[in-house]
Design a protein. Structure first.
Length: 341
């Protein structure tokens, strides 16, 4: 199988020859562990645009996001990066005061920077092409500030809908531009969970945000492309809603959301992109713990003639032996039919 065929077979439960692989690493990880370049070549990604090339320290969307300093993006949000190689955070929100909304100049999707996506699509080879990284809630947080947005939601602030609809319009425009590149998949995501619960009441989430996600999903599916949805934290209450509106791939916490429950509710129904336990197992576990963790993930989610894409976030605070072990384990135990031993 080609890489593209392998990923599609895993997503659509059509029996790939082995687990597809996707890379996920911070530039800071490459800086700390120069050997990561060689290791990732040994276990190559089946996704386009993820190589660490020889002439670049890392290949990333908008790499300026990872360099120390401040910059202002197209939304007029001020992004501050404190440590080189890490993604910064918005420290100045252009609509922090709602009175600013009437004079705010909304960006146009026609001018969005999709240079990374163009490069990935152009140099796809035989790999699977997943483009984007489109946010709704997180963009609204950037515009208003987290506390302000939470208050808006709690109080039923009507201007919240104005902000949501403008962000949705922009996102749909970006999706249209990405679809012109003929990808296999569009990636969307918002971190909706804390460690123990959803950040807002599920009924409010369904009222305020689910219709917008549904409109974006439909735009992608109308073009016969896959939808990959990422969300961190405990999000079990809304995952069925996202499946119902057509999520093809989930990139969600596989330990904060209990793995046995994910298996029982969604195993064989939606494909999972690996989100390993970066807080504990990858950071503080032994290589033996890491290998066991990889086996558990594969066994729970990847034994349905597909359903699992091997991936682990590789962070600078992860021991090198654990980084090497998770990649080796996904490779060693990932041949179909899956036989975990």
């Amino acid at each position: 199988m080609t890489s593209r065929e392998r990923v599609i077979a895993a997503i659509e439960f059509k029996g790939p020859d082995k687990l597809p692989h996707k890379h996920c690493y911070l530039p800071a990880t490459v800086k700390k562990y120069p050997g990561l370049r060689k290791l990732l070549k040994q276990y190559p990604s089946d996704f386009a645009g993820e190589d660490i090339t020889e002439d670049k320290q890392y290949a990333f969307q908008n790499p300026n996001q990872y360099r120390v300093g401040q910059r202002i993006d197209e939304w007029n949000c001020t992004l501050t990066v404190a440590l080189d190689g890490y993604k910064g955070q918005v420290t100045k929100h252009p609509i922090e005061d709602l009175s600013s909304l009437k004079d705010y100049s909304w960006p146009e999707a026609a001018y969005a920077d999709i240079s990374w996506d163009i490069s990935a699509a152009k140099n796809r080879g035989d790999r699977y092409v997943a483009l984007g990284g489109i946010n709704l809630f997180e963009r609204m947080v950037d515009l208003r500030g987290f506390e302000n947005l939470m208050i808006d939601i709690a109080l039923g602030e009507q201007k919240l809908f104005t902000i949501r609809d403008h962000v949705l319009k922009y996102n749909l425009g970006v999706i249209d531009r990405l679809l012109e590149l003929n990808p296999d998949c569009i990636k969307l995501g918002d971190d909706w969970g804390s460690q123990i619960s959803l950040m807002i009441n599920p009924s409010l989430w369904r009222e305020l945000f689910l219709p917008a996600y549904q409109e974006m999903f439909e735009r992608i599916h109308d073009a016969d492309k896959h939808v990959l949805f990422h969300t961190d934290g405990y999000t079990m209450e809304i995952l069925p809603d996202l499946v119902k509106i057509g999520a093809d791939v989930f990139w969600v916490d596989l330990t904060v959301n209990p793995l046995p429950v994910l298996r029982d509710k969604f195993g064989g129904k939606v494909c999972f992109l690996g989100l390993t336990d970066v807080q504990f197992v990858m950071k503080d576990g032994t290589p033996t713990d890491v290998e066991k963790h990889a086996k558990e993930l594969i066994n729970a989610l990847g034994t349905y003639h597909g359903g699992f894409i091997a991936c682990s976030e590789l962070d600078p605070d992860h021991p090198w032996d654990n980084i090497r072990t998770i990649l080796e384990a996904f490779h060693n135990y990932g041949n179909y039919p899956i036989k975990i031993h």
